[in-house]
Design a protein around this ligand. Structure first.
Ligand SMILES: [Zn+2]
Length: 437
């Protein structure tokens, strides 16, 4: 027994020293070595080309494999010489950019560290092909759809888009064993009904409506559990499962149906962290998956970590909530004033662009949690342009209740200077007067 135990420990120790990689180490490696320097949302096709030039100089194999509608080049990067074929593509939705720099950083890392034992093992086990920014025209316009106005991820059957045709061609010519379909979801997506942001959501994509299990799907569940375990070290409680409704025209579903079981990774938001943090989380997830495949540790992973994830939720979270404001309505005579909560959201924009903040809802005790909440119960509040309605700008003029204001005055802000003004997502006047909640 004693002999057995010592042999057991010897094997354990040798396994640990052979493959000692942990999620924390992957994150530290990204901190030290990432080559992406621009926020994903600010990364243009021209920036991608500069990154690819860097990768070429490092010796990576990069091919131009197609063109977009506007003749922007679409590229494929290849690394590794092993028999297992892994295919990853990003940004088929133009305004979903996080995974594009994450793929660049992953390939740069693998190439630079190709002589390290554990990286060498990945390269001997698999060949990885990656297509960063499948929809460069959409990326340029920062819009979901391609230049034809078609959602490429609903074009897997019709194949009306050059980008969709290319994606199918790349799969059919190579028949990869695993597909990674890399997207972004709304930053207000929550983990189930909690008010926690779903910073990363996973979906192991079935290949049919009946949700038939097969060995590839089971492997992907275990592989996803390995990624969840890694990310739990950094963003516990912020990981969810994307809804697994069968979408017959989507690429993920069809990749799985065509024999390339796909894993969907959706990057959301994480309040207080910038976009690069989610690039790092993607990098950690990818290296964890590749390493788990190379070492075989994926085989012993418990799939329940994935299976038991809460599903994505929505509606419970918003950027700003103003509670108990005495809201002034000048559209009726006499002017009406009634207590209301106002919620406001920030539209998705490139990091370098000003975000417009718009009213999402006006109501009594709105059942929603704000990243920032303000108590306006001591104030009368008027929308700056007299339009306190959903979809209008959340520009608010705030007056102490005891003041006597002629709300119909033509030059209100000059005649009656507000005590506080909220505009473009911040208090530009009187911030210290407003209690935070
Ligand atoms: Zn998407």
């Amino acid at each position: 027994m004693r002999h057995f135990l010592s042999v057991f420990f010897l094997i354990l120790v040798s396994l640990m020293t052979a493959y000692p990689q942990t999620a924390e180490q992957f994150a530290a490696l990204w901190d030290d070595e990432h080559i992406s320097k621009i926020f994903p949302s600010d990364t243009r096709h021209s920036d991608l080309k500069k990154y690819l030039d860097q990768l070429r100089k490092m010796g990576l194999k990069i091919d131009q494999v197609g063109l977009s509608n506007a003749n922007r080049e679409i590229y494929q990067i290849e690394w590794g010489k092993g028999p297992l074929k892994v295919f990853m593509w990003s940004q088929m939705h133009g305004d979903e950019p996080t995974a594009t720099p994450a793929l660049i950083d992953m390939f740069a890392f693998l190439q630079k560290n190709r002589d390290k034992d554990w990286v060498k093992k990945i390269g001997e086990t698999m060949t990885i092909r990656g297509v960063p920014m499948l929809n460069p025209d959409g990326a340029e316009l920062y819009q979901r759809r391609n230049l034809q106005g078609i959602d490429i991820n609903r074009d897997a059957v019709d194949l009306k888009t050059p980008e969709g045709r290319l994606l199918k061609q790349l799969r059919d010519e190579w028949s990869p064993a695993i597909g990674f379909n890399l997207h972004n979801q709304q930053e207000l997506t929550t983990v189930g009904s909690t008010p926690k942001q779903a910073s990363i959501s996973f979906l192991v994509v079935f290949g049919d409506e009946a949700k038939t299990m097969n060995p590839g799907h089971e492997r992907n569940q275990r592989l996803t559990s390995a990624m969840i375990a890694a990310l739990n070290k950094f963003i516990p409680g912020h990981i969810a499962r994307y809804a697994d409704d069968w979408t017959p025209t989507a690429f993920g579903d069809n990749f799985s149906a065509w024999g390339t079981p796909a894993i969907l990774i959706e990057s959301g938001g994480l309040n207080g962290k910038d976009e690069m943090y989610l690039v790092k989380m993607n990098f950690v997830a990818y290296l964890t998956a590749l390493n788990a495949l190379a070492t075989g540790s994926e085989k012993t992973q418990d799939p329940n970590l994935y299976i038991n994830l809460p599903e994505n939720g929505s509606g419970g979270l918003i950027h700003f909530v103003f509670r108990g404001a005495n809201l002034v309505d000048t559209s009726v005579t006499p002017v009406a004033i009634s207590p209301r909560d106002i919620s406001a959201f920030s539209e998705r924009r490139r990091a370098s662009f000003l975000r417009s903040i718009k009213i999402r809802a006006i109501g009594v005790q709105l059942p929603v949690k704000g990243f920032q909440e303000f108590d306006l119960s001591g104030f009368n509040v008027m929308q700056r342009f007299g339009k306190a309605k959903t979809g209008e700008l959340a520009d608010l003029l705030v007056y102490k209740r005891e003041r006597n204001i002629d709300w119909t005055s033509t030059d209100l802000e000059k005649q009656f200077p507000p005590d506080a003004i909220f505009s473009a997502g911040k208090w530009i006047k009187g911030e210290n007067l407003i209690p935070k909640r």
